[in-house]
Design a protein around this ligand. Sequence first.
Ligand SMILES: [Zn+2]
Length: 241
Amino acid sequence: MLHPHPCKIMEPVDIQTSYEAAITENPDNGNTVAGGGRKKRGVSTHSKFWASNRTLKVAFLNPPSDIHRETAIKAIKSWQPSINLKLEFVSGSEGDIRITMEAPLNYSAIGTDATLRAPGENTMNIGTSPNHPWFEAAVLHEFGHALGLEHEHQHPKANIPWNKPVVYAHYWTAFQWSKEEVDHNLFQSLEISAVRTTPYDPTSIMHYPVPNELTIGDWSVQKNISVSQNDRRLMRKIYPK
Ligand SMILES: [Zn+2]
């Protein structure tokens, strides 16, 4: 089976603008804590969650076919029971989330960073083919980013025993990722934000699969294909009823 490209998040062009967009939408995004204590507000540690109870319009730009679009919508809707947001799927191109579906890359802006993209630009791309057994997982993962989730394998408590030279070689051979891209998307740990206090969850839909041959010793994470209980718990905390 051909493995789809691993997801890369869309980085904001400017951190300060990202911070301002995040706290304008939801002031809680500015509150960060570390080690249980209150920490100075910092632009690099803000979260990017939407305001709870708002409507989030989801548009598809250049949708390839009705069946492709409908299959994606069906997957996205499985987030709905865990979030107090009203997902509205619109037929035009004006949405808070704007999805393209062009092979082969998967990527998304994180939460409120989507507001920094120009109208008409996408905020997410689903590159995995709708016929691929991992299509639904790709949609769930990318939409998790759109809801403000980051990569679970970069959770500060993940401590994955990566075999780094092997990982660099693998990602270069399979996907032509540079050392810097691997560092940024796999190895770099994220800050803990105030609302993001759930324990590390290797079953999260936001975790990359980690084959045993990329780690030292006997350590692996399978390809997760559905939203985990912990993902749902975190979403209920962030978007409470
Ligand atoms: Zn991702």
